[in-house]
Design a protein around this ligand. Sequence first.
Ligand code: PEP
Ligand code: MG
Length: 310
Amino acid sequence: KSELLQRLKGRKNVTRDGREIEVYANIGGLADLESAIENDAGGIGLLRSEFLYLQRDSFPDEEELFYNYRRVVEDMKGKRVVIRTLDIGADKTADYFNLDKEENPALGMRAVRLCLRRQDIFKTQLRALLRASAYGKLSILIPMVIDVDEVYRVKDIMHKVKDELLSKHIAFGNDVELGVMIETPAAVMISDLLAREVDFFSIGTNDLEQYTLAIDRQNPNYENVVPPNHLAVLRMIKLVVDNAHSKGIKVCLCGEMGADLSLTEILLDMQLDSLSVAPPQILPVRRMIRSLNLSDRRQVHSNIQRVLHY
Ligand code: PEP
Ligand code: MG
């Protein structure tokens, strides 16, 4: 391990001109938690909560979910932890869900769609998440959103779960933020409306690339087929950030693009607030951030022009 990278630990992530950018960790479960802490993550920007549901024969119960979520928020010692609700379907399934066989699972009954249809599963997860929120700084993130109505329905269910907890005198945090993943072209195009309803956005470029470019992310040749930093995707990111900021909410980018050091500068020029990357990428991204000077407005302007092409 490079000693220079190790020396970044404990230091602020600031550009040379003083802009602070938080760099969080993407984790798949408790197994990655140590690596996130070891690499000095600013928090957890994305916990893919599917891990507790996969590779088993029946649903995890509320206690098991609660135990795991509580461990994460406690181990992060007050740092922000964003837990994404179940994103099952498509590439991630388990037999006991008894999902219908679908021709195109990536376009099928998955993620928030499934949670809204199978509300028993969703409520159990939300109860465990809310209970864990009493032990640290927990935010809830909803995947694969395409419609404002989905957010209304999620909020409605969340209110019901909170009422149940209150009536049983079970503690939960009173400042749990709710965010949505922006990972479908639909969510991008209505991001101005979504921004009014939630506390933050997280851009999932893995799915956003798949659905925008019509290229299956599971295709073994994916890496070779996807044009790197496609203008369509960059423009979408810019639109989402502008819409979010005009409504006063922050935007994280948690797809693989966030770890592409050749894109760090343009992402920051587009005013992204934070990045969330796999733990081993945290320090290299931080080193890149520290090397940038964004104060040259002319340079920033021309970088943005390059994205917008006018
Ligand atoms: C994404 O889609 O970019 C993302 C971060 O989520 P996942 O890779 O789990 O779909
Ligand atoms: Mg995704």
